[in-house]
Design a protein around this ligand. Sequence first.
Ligand SMILES: [Zn+2]
Ligand SMILES: [Zn+2]
Length: 173
Amino acid sequence: MEIKVSEIPAEGFKIEMVADAADFGKLDEETVIHRPVTASLRVEKVGATVHIKGEIDTVVELTCSRCAKKYDYSVASGLDLDLHPLKGASEEEKELQAGDLDVEFYERDIIDITNLLREQVLLQVPMKPLCSEDCLGLCPYCGQDMNERTCGCKPPEGHPGFEALKDFLKDKG
Ligand SMILES: [Zn+2]
Ligand SMILES: [Zn+2]
């Protein structure tokens, strides 16, 4: 979905949308949007700056960084963005704003809402996805998923992964 900046009325407008997951494609190698993306946005324009504020909701499929299992992760996030016209922005401005996640640019009167929402969803995805805080991961020796059963591998004393596991088991019992 795209909006034309020149067509944003003085009083702004609301977007209530449910976008098909397929519209978003694959977010990256390991991240797939799983359910329709619901967004409720308020769009306003002040001068050439477009202000978009609202909420976005969906479910993405992530791959656990410990056990490699795929699992669903709910994304519910507020967004509050300023979009400036790319044309006319000085290099200095662009550089300053490159580090600011709440500032974006639009080109040629068009704001691609789908793309914007895709970026917002990606921002919510954890760097190290975990199917559960307690995920035991795979045995580094035989590859057994230790959430399912333990294997007989005897690691050398002091292996950091197994120290963590020992602590974890201690906490449990
Ligand atoms: Zn896991
Ligand atoms: Zn093993």
